[in-house]
Design a protein around this ligand. Structure first.
Ligand SMILES: [Zn+2]
Length: 352
C-alpha cells in the first residue's frame, strides 16, 4: 500500500483526520460536520486511511502543531457584528497546514489530486523550489441567526466545522437572485485560471482559499486579490506579512449557508431584509427577547428531539434526551406510552 504523501510502499497505513482531530475535540458539542456537502455525525467518516506512520506522526503532525493552536488561541470566542480581530501568523506554516487539510479533503471526496501532488514537497518539507500559487483570505464567523445557531432546529444545522469545495462567490448576492428568480449559479463570479475554490469554517475562523493553476500570472493574481479585498469582507493573508486584521464575513442570510460568499453590498441588503421583517430593530434585539422566552433546557430539548429524528440509531442522543427529561422531572416516553395511545385513540375519526 502506498502512502499518499511520500508514495513509498508500506504494509500498513495509518488513519488521518480530514479536519484535524484536535480541532474536532475543541467542539465536543459539535454534532454535525460538513465535508464538501457530506454530513457526518460525530465526525465519523471524516478520515482517510492512506498515510504512513512517518508522514502522519512526524511531518503532518508538525503542521497540526502549528494550525491547531492557531485556531484554539484565536477563534474560539464568539464575535459580534462590528468585531475586529488582529491575529499574528506564520504564512508558511499556515498555508502548508491548510493545503494538507485540503489534500485530505480532496482524497476523501475523490476530487482531482494532481494539483496537490505537484506541491507535496512544499507541504511536507517546506521545499521552496516549487511553491504553489495560492490566495488565502480570512474572516470572522459571526452568528446572526435569530435563534442562535446552536439552537437551530428548523431545517438548518449547527455547523462550526466545515470544508466546502467550489463555493459560489456571488456578484450580486442571494437576495438579488431570489428576487429575479434566477439560479445562484448564474450570479457566481467566474475566476479565470483557478484550479479550485474552498471555503472553510473552524469555529469563528473563516477561510476562503483560491488554488491557482500554474499558468496564472503573478500580476493577475495580485490584481484579483487587491480588488477582492475591497469588494468582499475577506482579507488576504499576505505571504510577506505577519499580522492581519479580520472582520465579519457573515450576514443574516448566509451565516447558515456554507457554500455562498457575499460582498459588502449583499451583506447590507441581507441585513436590511431580515431587520425589516422583525418587530425589533435588529437580529440582536430580537434574539434578546427570544432568549428570555426560551430557556437553555427548552433549546436543548428542541435540538435533541430534532436530532433523534435525523439520527434515529444514535444512542448517545437518546441518552442525552433521557438525562434531560430525568433532570426536568418529566416522565419519559415509555412510561407515558399507554396513556398517550389511549388519548390519541379517542380523537381519531376512525378505529385503528
Ligand atoms: Zn508517507
Amino acid at each position: 500500500m502506498q502512502c499518499m504523501f511520500c508514495f513509498e510502499d508500506f504494509d500498513k497505513l495509518t488513519r488521518e483526520h480530514v479536519i484535524p482531530d484536535r480541532i474536532l475535540k475543541i467542539f465536543p458539542e459539535q454534532d454535525i460536520t460538513i465535508d464538501n456537502e457530506k454530513e457526518y455525525k460525530d465526525s465519523k467518516g471524516m478520515v482517510v486511511h492512506d498515510v504512513c506512520a512517518n508522514c502522519n506522526g512526524v511531518l503532518l503532525r508538525a503542521l497540526d502543531d502549528y494550525g491547531n493552536p492557531f485556531i484554539r488561541e484565536n477563534f474560539l470566542d464568539k464575535f459580534e457584528r462590528n468585531s475586529k480581530l488582529t491575529i499574528n501568523y506564520d504564512y508558511n506554516f499556515l498555508v502548508r497546514w491548510l493545503l494538507k487539510i485540503l489534500y485530505n479533503s480532496a482524497r476523501k471526496n475523490k476530487l482531482d489530486l494532481s494539483w496537490y501532488q505537484r506541491y507535496l514537497k512544499f507541504i511536507l518539507h517546506n521545499n521552496q523550489e516549487n511553491i504553489p500559487k495560492v490566495s488565502i483570505f480570512g474572516g470572522l464567523h459571526v452568528d446572526l441567526t435569530l435563534m442562535g445557531e446552536e439552537n437551530q432546529s428548523f431545517g438548518s444545522y449547527y455547523t462550526p466545522l466545515y470544508i466546502v469545495h467550489n463555493p459560489r462567490v456571488m456578484i450580486h448576492g442571494l437576495p438579488y437572485t431570489r428576487s429575479k428568480y434566477i439560479s445562484p449559479n448564474k450570479d457566481a463570479l467566474r475566476i479565470p485560471h483557478k484550479h479550485d475554490l474552498v471555503k472553510i469554517r473552524f469555529g469563528s475562523a473563516m477561510f476562503f482559499i483560491i488554488l491557482w493553476e500554474e499558468s496564472a500570472w503573478e500580476s493577475r493574481i495580485n490584481d484579483f486579490n487587491s480588488v477582492f479585498e475591497v469588494v468582499y469582507p475577506y482579507k488576504l493573508y499576505y505571504s510577506n506579512k505577519q499580522s492581519l486584521v479580520l472582520e465579519r464575513v457573515t450576514d443574516e442570510i448566509i451565516c447558515v449557508i456554507p457554500d455562498i460568499i457575499h460582498d459588502y453590498n449583499a451583506m447590507e441588503v441581507s441585513n436590511r431584509i431580515i431587520s425589516n421583517s422583525l418587530p425589533q430593530e435588529s437580529v440582536e434585539a430580537s434574539k434578546k427577547i427570544w432568549d428570555e422566552y426560551w430557556t437553555e433546557d427548552k433549546k436543548l430539548e428542541g435540538r435533541l428531539l430534532n436530532e433523534m429524528l435525523l439520527f434515529p440509531d444514535n444512542k448517545k442522543i437518546k441518552l442525552q434526551y433521557d438525562a434531560l427529561m430525568k433532570r426536568l422531572g418529566r416522565p419519559d416516553e415509555e412510561q407515558n406510552e399507554s396513556t398517550a395511545t389511549e388519548n390519541e385513540g379517542e380523537d381519531l375519526p376512525f378505529k385503528l
